[in-house]
Write a protein that binds this ligand. Structure first.
Ligand code: URA
Length: 443
């Protein structure tokens, strides 16, 4: 392979700096060079900084995304109409993928889900699944395709075979403070999803105090960019902007979120979590043509959650990904018998009576991370059993001294942590109006 002439990289950088369209052939060469480590890191840094400061056009973002996708393996389906997935920009208690993949497979969709380990406050989907004894998330693209043919869904860890250019670009963005760039986030996320060979994609873009995007307009800007790039690659895509001020559902933390997911798959669990699963699942059923309309899509997802079919697919997925049959069976019936438990549980009570108006998700995530539920550095080990069980719902009335929260942990709490735990709940004399999490939809 002939290495890219560095003068072409300099031209790419000066085009971005002067808000001119980049030469798209040179951009393709550049991304190939990033993936095969032939471009000097200093040049990549300069290009990333230029894109971060100046932005690039929608067309350039789409081409960048395509080049990043093509830098590695792309799953090949003879017909990808039924091949679907969703991506969430991440929230506290966001366990949707664990429920959605088997629920969609139970409705006839194919879900080759690639997911990440968390680098933020709480674990990612892969960390949650790895809290199940024996669950193997290291699947090759070939193994993913076989599992889809066998049972319709898999959840595998992002690996070097998929969009390798993103691996290096992301690592350099991290140290050059260029993460928060809409075109770079778009290309990073959509290139990996596009490598799954999807026909349809739903993006859950979180918005609020515990989300990366704090305001509706920022969340919509990111959503529009991601929808534009994914559609530009031929993927039928919609984005749902959803509220992320208070935690999703009643569980936060890795093994605790597996319990929360199984409760939903058992036809029980929090209304809040179920609403999001139904909303995302229904959109994908409609986009892939499995359901004629949203009403029908809602009914189909509700049905497989209520009749145990989605739970059976979850069990099959666990067994296909390495969990012993007897353990998977016990997991779906009594998850607490299978998953690790913390040695300590601290109960937090309400300081007065009133209606639950706010639950400070970021404070919860901070404490949980300090105790091992999330990482500070990529090499940190997650402690699966650390997290929260929330015993109240948003808008519910609580009495003074009523226990509303359990913190599951293994190390003792400092005085400041105890004070922080006691500050998480906000109460109001008047009952707040509890709205749907959905803020807007972009298609
Ligand atoms: N997640 C990704 O995979 N990439 C980003 O750039 C941001 C979040």
């Amino acid at each position: 392979m002939i290495d890219m002439e560095l003068v072409k990289v300099d031209k790419l950088i000066s085009s971005v700096e002067s808000n001119q369209m980049m030469n798209l052939d040179h951009l393709a060469e550049f991304i190939t060079g990033v993936a095969n480590h032939s471009i000097p890191v200093k040049k990549i840094e300069k290009w990333l900084k230029a894109v971060h400061s100046n932005g690039i056009s929608v067309k350039e973002t789409t081409i960048l995304t395509r080049n990043m996708m093509q830098s590695g393996a792309v799953l090949d389906w003879s017909d990808n109409k039924l091949v679907v997935d969703k991506h969430s920009t991440g929230g506290v208690g966001d366990k949707m993928s664990l429920i959605l993949a088997p629920a969609l497979a139970a409705c006839g969709a194919k879900v080759p889900m690639l997911a990440g380990r968390g680098l933020g406050h709480t674990g990612g989907t892969i960390d949650k699944l790895e809290s199940i004894p024996g669950f193997n998330c290291s699947l090759t693209p070939k193994e993913m395709q076989k599992q889809i043919a066998d049972i319709g869904c898999c959840i595998a860890a992002q690996n070097d075979a998929i969009a390798p250019a993103d691996g290096l670009l992301y690592a350099i963005r991290d140290v050059t403070h260029t993460i928060d760039s809409i075109p770079l986030i778009t290309a990073s996320i959509i290139s990996k999803k596009a490598a799954e060979g999807l026909g349809s994609l739903v993006l859950d873009v979180k918005c609020g105090s515990a989300a990366f995007m704090k305001t509706k307009s920022d969340a919509e800007e990111l959503a529009k960019s991601m929808v534009g790039a994914a559609k530009g690659l031929g993927i039928n895509t919609t984005a749902q902007i959803t509220q992320m001020d208070y935690p999703i559902g009643n569980y936060v933390g890795n093994s605790l979120e597996v319990i929360g997911s199984i409760e939903i798959l058992q036809g029980m669990g929090s209304k809040d979590t179920r609403e999001l699963v139904v909303m995302q699942g229904s959109a994908l059923l409609v986009q892939s043509g499995i359901a004629q309309n949203n009403l029908k899509g809602n009914e189909m997802i509700e049905e497989v959650l209520s009749n145990g079919l989605a739970l059976q697919y979850f069990e099959k997925m666990c067994v296909a990904q390495g969990v012993k049959g007897s353990i998977a069976k016990e997991l779906i019936e009594n998850p607490r018998n299978v998953l690790a438990k913390s040695s300590l549980v601290t109960k937090v009570s309400a300081p007065k009576s009133g209606y639950v108006s706010k639950i400070n998700s970021m404070a919860m995530a901070d404490i949980a991370r300090q105790h091992g539920a999330g990482r500070f550095a990529i090499e940190d080990e997650i402690i699966f059993d650390v997290g929260f069980k929330i015993l109240v719902d948003h808008g519910q009335h609580v009495s003074s001294k009523q226990i509303w929260l359990e913190f599951h942990h293994n190390q003792s709490l400092s005085e400041s942590e105890m004070a922080l735990l006691n500050s998480i709940l906000e109460l109001d004399d008047r009952q707040p109006r509890v709205k749907s999490r959905l803020i807007s939809t972009i298609s």
